[in-house]
Design a protein. Structure first.
Length: 152
């Protein structure tokens, strides 16, 4: 019995090869200038994620799941997880501008002010959680409608 190696379609393989080529090109360009600084940044980012951020958001997720389990609504956890993850990712990416730490550098480079970043991040976070709550309400309504007997 011969085992066939599971490969994707030719289009998938072509896209994968192109993405590897693009990543290789970006890596060569990135490492051409300050390769030691880039390597230290990657190592530092991995360590901070694994030693600081992962325990923080795992503990927060555990607290949310326990709190919802106590009320018998554990399945609602995804309606908190998704907006929290997206909001956290936006905070992580834009933290230097949200915190105001890079205000002068950003203004010199872009010619724009950093004044609106904290308010915009809070607004996006509110919209994410509001949209998630709305989706939960709509799904609960639909489930209640499906459970109720037809009255004709």
């Amino acid at each position: 019995m011969t085992r066939r190696i599971p490969l994707g379609s030719p289009l998938q393989l072509l896209l994968l090869a192109c993405s590897f080529a693009l990543a290789g090109y970006a890596g060569v360009r990135l490492l051409a200038g300050d390769w030691l600084g880039v390597a230290l940044w990657f190592v530092g980012a991995a360590l901070i994620h694994d030693l600081v951020l992962l325990p923080l958001y795992a503990s927060a997720d555990r607290a949310v799941v326990r709190g919802l389990s106590a009320t018998g609504r554990r399945e609602w956890a995804m309606y908190v997880r998704v907006p929290a993850a997206l909001s956290g990712l936006l905070l992580l990416v834009w933290f230097p501008l949200i915190s105001g730490r890079m205000e002068s550098r950003y203004e010199l480079a872009a010619g724009l002010s950093t004044d609106g970043f904290p308010a915009r991040w809070l607004l996006i976070t509110a919209v994410l959680f509001g949209g998630s709550a709305l989706l939960l309400v709509l799904r609960l309504r639909r489930a209640a409608k499906d459970r109720s007997p037809e009255t004709h």
